[in-house]
Design a protein around this ligand. Structure first.
Ligand SMILES: [Zn+2]
Length: 59
């Protein structure tokens, strides 16, 4: 049995419905440019986790 806590969009701050993924939300609600800008600014903060960001573009 798996339990996933609610996911909050890091860009608009909305809490996603449980049956929606962050990737799905980003694709529908945000332009690639918005997402790219957010990821770029986060990278500038010295975050070491680039795995999730890379996943978004593995289309
Ligand atoms: Zn959002």
């Amino acid at each position: 049995m798996t339990f996933q806590p609610p996911v909050e969009c890091p860009i608009c701050g909305n809490t996603l419905a449980l049956d929606r993924t962050l990737e799905d939300h980003l694709m529908r609600e945000h332009e690639h440019r918005e997402v790219a800008r957010h990821v770029a600014s986060r990278d500038g903060n010295g975050g070491g986790d680039g795995g999730a960001a890379t996943e978004l573009y593995s289309d």
